[in-house]
Write a protein that binds this ligand. Sequence first.
Ligand code: AMP
Ligand code: MG
Length: 396
Amino acid sequence: MLDFERARLHILDQIKPLPGELVPVGEADGRVLAEDLVSSVDLPPFDYSAMDGYAVQAADFSGEGPWRLPVTLEQRAGGVAQRLGAASAARIFTGAALPEGADSVIMQEDAELSDAAVTFRAAPRRGSHVRRRGEDLARGAVALTRGTRLNPFRLGLAAALDRAEVLVARRPRVALLCTGDELRDAGSPARPGSIPDSNGPSLAALARRAGADVRRLPRTSDDLAETRAALRQALAECDVLLSVGGVSVGDHDVVKQALEAEGVKLDFWKVKIKPGKPLAFGRRDDVWVLGLPGNPVSAQLTLCLFGLPLLRALQGDAQALPAISQVRLGAAIAQKPGRLGFYRARLENGVAFAHDNQASGAPTSMAQADVLIMVPAESSGVAAGASVSALRLDDL
Ligand code: AMP
Ligand code: MG
């Protein structure tokens, strides 16, 4: 059996990012930059007023106030910067270019307009309420580095830097195959012994969250020929093949055999984690293959712990692995030493309580959890009140 960290590094070390593609900035949310986003402009692009008020020259405010200046021009947002003469003021609005000759803005609340002239009781500080060209980011500076996953704030910045498109890694194409004679679509008529396929929708959603383009294949039964045919077609059309179920040692677990028969080189089979032990990883040419166990919690966990980092690494994501944080444990956890345990727990006021049912077939444990508590393989448990390592489900 392989250690968790060794197994994961073994996967991540092999991955090379997929090629980049240009996408419109408005469609780039969640995509990973395949270029350093270098600013080709100054941000802001010109000096402008941060207030509605009057643009003036600070040097005109000598001696004792108040000061009265004629208002000789109006500068609106979107207009070309005009020229302001000495000893005069420009009516100006938020976002308008600062007139040439002006160096400060006085907000209108501090001014009194009468007869085309304006009176100020206080002199401006030079540069007040003026946003300087390039003060946020100078042209040529790196705004965001390659490997950064774009979010609404970051794509807003890209647009502010006048970019219509950004170069991002292509989305990995994932083919998802669920196997098992007992499975049917949720909501379809039940046959005796059948259960709804809950992994299909759940795992597809997880992979999409990690940036993949997911295609769910028609489910196959526990039949070698049928499974081989489905795998053969999927392998021709995807970057990552995810199979679910049938990788254990039962008589009807045909997936491992089918994968190998289709030319997939499998790297390992057992990882020292609980739940989720039977896990297959391999490749055929450029296609990565993960054979996930069928138990819903094991399937979700192994996809989150191995598959999603793999998908992120394929996108060149600099943060392929989720952050580990520390939380306080509200009630003790006992463990039989041997495998790194991932215990589903909910947080109450920041304190973690493990779910009662930690069975790998119990989907409530994941659905009602906020965090996965990590208990080291050699440990026989953790006492209440102890600080433990945890992964937030939302970060997975
Ligand atoms: P397997 O890995 O095929 O031995 O399946 C282990 C357990 O997970 C069995 O109880 C299966 O019925 C269940 N299972 C397998 N695939 C799914 C699925 N797609 N949705 C829900 N349960 C599943
Ligand atoms: Mg099965």
